[in-house]
Design a protein around this ligand. Structure first.
Ligand code: GDP
Ligand code: MG
Length: 451
C-alpha cells in the first residue's frame, strides 16, 4: 500500500533533523509513484504532488514531528482535503417523491446498491420505493424484486407489454419511470430509487436514455455507482456520466476486496462530486457512509483507527474500563478475574482478526498484518475456559495455584497443564508491565512497550 512505499522512502529521511529541499524531492518522487500505483489519475497526482511540495517547503521549520512523520501528515491532510468533508446527505425535491437516479456501468453494483440505499433510507426514517427500468434484461428487474423483498422495501413492479418485450427501448423505460413516480406518490413514499440498465461500455444509446430519464424525472440526486476494483476505468466512466448528467455523488462498491481506494480520489477530483457511500460486501447492510479521513488512512496504511475506536467505545463498558485501569496500574490489584473480564470485553468487539486488521501497518504496529494471518481465535476461548475452571480463591490469588491445582484446572477446562502454565506466565508478565506503568515510570514503560 501507499504507506509501505512512503515508509520505505522515508527510511532515508528518518535520521535527518529537518525537512530539506533535497529530502523533499526524494520523498515527492516516491509519493508520486505510490499514488500512481494506487490507481490515482495522473492529473490528480500532479496536482496533489504540487500541493504537497508547497506545504512541505512551507513547513520546513522544525516541529515536534520527524521529517518522515511530517510528510506523512502532509500527504494525509492533502488527500483528505481533496476528498472534501461532505457527508452523505441527500437533496430533496419540494414535491415528493424525491428521485434518486442510479447510474453506472453494467456490473458496477447498481442493483445491489439500490437495495442497500433503500434499507439505509428506511433506517433513517424514510419511505423509499424501488423501481428497475432495465427493460432489456428481464433478469435484472427480477433481481431488484428479490432484493426489495429481502429488505421488505416497496417496489414498483410495473408491466411490460408484448411489444415492449419484443422490442425493448427507451419508450418503455420512460413509461415505467413515470408510472413508478406516480405509484410512489400514491403510496406516500418520499423517495424513489431508480435502478437503470447498464452497458459494458459507455455507448450513445445508453447515454441518450439516461439523459431522457433525467429530463423526465428531474432527480434530486444522480448517483454514480463505480466498482472500486476497476481503478482507472471507473474514472473514465465517471467523467463520461458526469459530463452528460452532472452527477451529485458517487458510491464506490466492492471496497471489501483489495481495491486500492485511489479511484475515490480520482472520481472526486474529475467530477467534483462527493463520494457518499462505500459498498463493502454483497449483503444489504454491507454499506457505510463515506468518511474521507478514514479512507485516506486506509490508503496510507494507517488502518482504520476511527472505526476501531468507535467500535470499542460502543461495546466497551466505560466504567469498567476505568475501574480496570485504576486497578491494573496499582500493580498487585490486577487479578485473573480482571483478566477474564478484559478478555470478554475484547471478544465483544468482534473477532481478533477483524480488530487487528484495523490497526495501522506502520510504526509500532509494523509487522502486525503478518500476525493477523496467524491469529488463533481459539486461543481466546481456551484462555477464558482455563480461568473459568479456577476457583474464585484461585482467581483472586494466583500464587496458590500449585502443580496439583494446575492439573485439576487443565482437566476441567479440557486443556493441558502446558496451556495453564502459559496462561499464568502471560498473566504474570502483564502484571509486571502494568505495575511498571503505574509506578511512576508510566510514560517510560509505555515507550518501552512501543519500541
Ligand atoms: P449492476 O449490473 O450495476 O446492477 O450490478 P449488480 O448490483 O448486479 O452487482 C454486480 C455484482 O457485484 C453482484 O454479484 C453483486 O453481488 C456484486 N456486488 C455489488 N456490490 C458489492 C460490494 O460492495 N461488494 C462485493 N463484494 N460485491 C458487490
Ligand atoms: Mg442491475
Amino acid at each position: 500500500n501507499l504507506s509501505d512505499k512512503l515508509q520505505r522512502s522515508f527510511k532515508t529521511l528518518r535520521g535527518q533533523g529537518t525537512i530539506s529541499d533535497e529530502n523533499i524531492s526524494d520523498a515527492i518522487r516516491e509519493i508520486r509513484l505510490a499514488l500512481l500505483e494506487s490507481d490515482v489519475n495522473l492529473t490528480v497526482v500532479n496536482e496533489l504532488v504540487e500541493h504537497i511540495r508547497t506545504r512541505a517547503i512551507g513547513e520546513k521549520v522544525a516541529t515536534a514531528l520527524s521529517p518522515s512523520e511530517q510528510i506523512v501528515k502532509i500527504v494525509h491532510d492533502e488527500l483528505v482535503n481533496l476528498l472534501g468533508r461532505d457527508t452523505a446527505r441527500f437533496q430533496k425535491s419540494s414535491q415528493p417523491p424525491s428521485v434518486i437516479l442510479m447510474a453506472g456501468l453494467q456490473g458496477s453494483g447498481k442493483t445491489t446498491t439500490s437495495g442497500k440505499l433503500a434499507q439505509w433510507l428506511k433506517k433513517a426514517g424514510h419511505r423509499p420505493m424501488l423501481v428497475s427500468v432495465d427493460v432489456y434484461r428481464p433478469a435484472a428487474r427480477e433481481q431488484l424484486a428479490i432484493v426489495a423483498r429481502s429488505i421488505s422495501a416497496q417496489l414498483y413492479e410495473g408491466k411490460l407489454t408484448d411489444s415492449d418485450i419484443a422490442k425493448p427501448g427507451t419508450e418503455a423505460v420512460l413509461r415505467l419511470a413515470r408510472e413508478a413516480r406516480k405509484d410512489a406518490a400514491n403510496f406516500g413514499c418520499d423517495m424513489l430509487i431508480v435502478d437503470t440498465a447498464g452497458r459494458n461500455q459507455i455507448d450513445a444509446a445508453l447515454m441518450q436514455e439516461m439523459a431522457e430519464l433525467k429530463k423526465l424525472l428531474n432527480p434530486s440526486e444522480i448517483l454514480f455507482v463505480a466498482d472500486a476494483m476497476t481503478g482507472q476505468d471507473a474514472v473514465n466512466s465517471a467523467k463520461a456520466f458526469n459530463d452528460l448528467l452532472t452527477i451529485t455523488g458517487a458510491i464506490l462498491t466492492k471496497m471489501d476486496g483489495d481495491a486500492r481506494g485511489g479511484a475515490a480520489l480520482s472520481i472526486r477530483h474529475v467530477t467534483g462530486a462527493p463520494i457518499k457511500f462505500l459498498g463493502t460486501g454483497e449483503k444489504p447492510d454491507a454499506f457505510e457512509p463515506f468518511h474521507p479521513d478514514r479512507i485516506v488512512s486506509r490508503i496510507m496504511g494507517h488502518g482504520d483507527i476511527a472505526t476501531l475506536l468507535e467500535r470499542a467505545e460502543s461495546t466497551l463498558d466505560r466504567g469498567k474500563a476505568e475501574q480496570f485501569a485504576k486497578k491494573a496500574l496499582s500493580g498487585d490489584g490486577f487479578t485473573l478475574d480482571d483478566f477474564r473480564d478484559q478478555l470478554r470485553q475484547i471478544k465483544k468487539m468482534g473477532s481478533m482478526k477483524s480488530i487487528l486488521k484495523m490497526l495501522p501497518s506502520v510504526g509500532p504496529f509494523a509487522g502486525m498484518q503478518q500476525a493477523v494471518e496467524n491469529v488463533d481465535e481459539g486461543q481466546f476461548t481456551r484462555v477464558e475456559s482455563i480461568i473459568n475452571s479456577m476457583t474464585q480463591k484461585e482467581r483472586l490469588d494466583h500464587e496458590i495455584i500449585n502443580g496439583n491445582r494446575r492439573k485439576r484446572i487443565a482437566k476441567g477446562s479440557g486443556t493441558t497443564v502446558q496451556d495453564v502454565n502459559n496462561l499464568l506466565r502471560q498473566y504474570a508478565q502483564m502484571r509486571k508491565m502494568f505495575k511498571s506503568m503505574g509506578g511512576g515510570g508510566g510514560i517510560k514503560a509505555q515507550q518501552r512497550m512501543m519500541s
